[in-house]
Design a protein. Structure first.
Length: 108
């Protein structure tokens, strides 16, 4: 489902406006100030919603990667305690944190 479809599922489009594929924005069906204002409001809402989705997607992917790495870390440390396994787990945790910093830096 695309972002606009998600948006319209939450906020149904009023009858006085339609989506224009040509212009990539909401347009009033009939000319007039009230419909123009509604179209402008829906464009602004969609823009905000799109930005929120993009920001959320980034953090969701970062959290997914961190959870996966922590699952691996728990597997290493639950196996059996030994200095070698502990050292490996610690090294893996450090690599994971460096990766998270790299992703964060790339997205900012």
């Amino acid at each position: 489902m695309n972002i606009r479809a998600k948006f319209e599922e939450i906020w149904p489009v009023p009858d006085c406006i339609i989506w224009s594929e040509k212009w990539g924005e909401y347009m009033p069906i009939e000319k007039g100030m009230p419909a123009n204002r509604v179209a402008d409001e829906w464009d602004a809402r969609l823009d905000t919603f799109t930005r929120c989705q993009e920001t959320t997607d980034f953090y969701v992917s970062l959290v997914d990667e961190m959870v996966s790495a922590m699952d691996d870390l728990i597997f290493y440390t639950d196996d059996a305690y030994s200095p070698t396994l502990y050292s490996d787990a610690l090294g893996y945790a450090k690599k994971t944190m460096e990766r998270a910093k790299q992703i964060t830096g790339a997205k900012e």
